[in-house]
Unconditional design. Structure first.
Length: 122
């Protein structure tokens, strides 16, 4: 596993499906995927209170970090994600490569499968 592999997985399993299948259907996504399922894989350093209440808000901020290349992967494969308006960081989370892979196996696969299972998000 290397940083390029991690970045491509994040883009393919998070950015594209969230943009195509969840945007505008956040309430249904929140019912399908409880916030604890997502947040348990990350160390949350900074997040506005509304981000910590719904999985769709967390996914949106994480998606923004990936889509706008506001993340870092260090030599130990520790990943840090940032988001916020210009000059402000209102979202900063980190995850080990193992935790990120656990997250992607659960949430990423659910997002990626929404195209063939539209009943997951109505």
């Amino acid at each position: 596993m290397n940083p390029a592999y991690i970045a491509s997985l994040l883009y393919c399993l998070l950015v594209v499906p969230r943009q195509l299948f969840v945007e505008g259907k956040e309430d249904s996504w929140d019912v399908q995927v409880p916030f604890g399922t997502i947040s348990s894989q990350f160390t949350i350093k900074t997040a506005a209170p509304n981000i910590l209440q719904k999985s769709s808000q967390f996914i949106r901020k994480l998606r923004n970090a990936v889509a706008h290349a506001r993340f870092e992967v260090d030599e130990n494969l520790m990943c840090v994600f940032y988001d916020g308006p210009p000059g402000v960081v209102d979202f900063e989370v980190q995850a080990s490569a193992d935790n990120l892979m656990n997250f992607l196996s659960v949430v990423g696969s659910k997002l990626a499968n929404l195209r063939s299972s539209p009943s997951l998000v109505q």
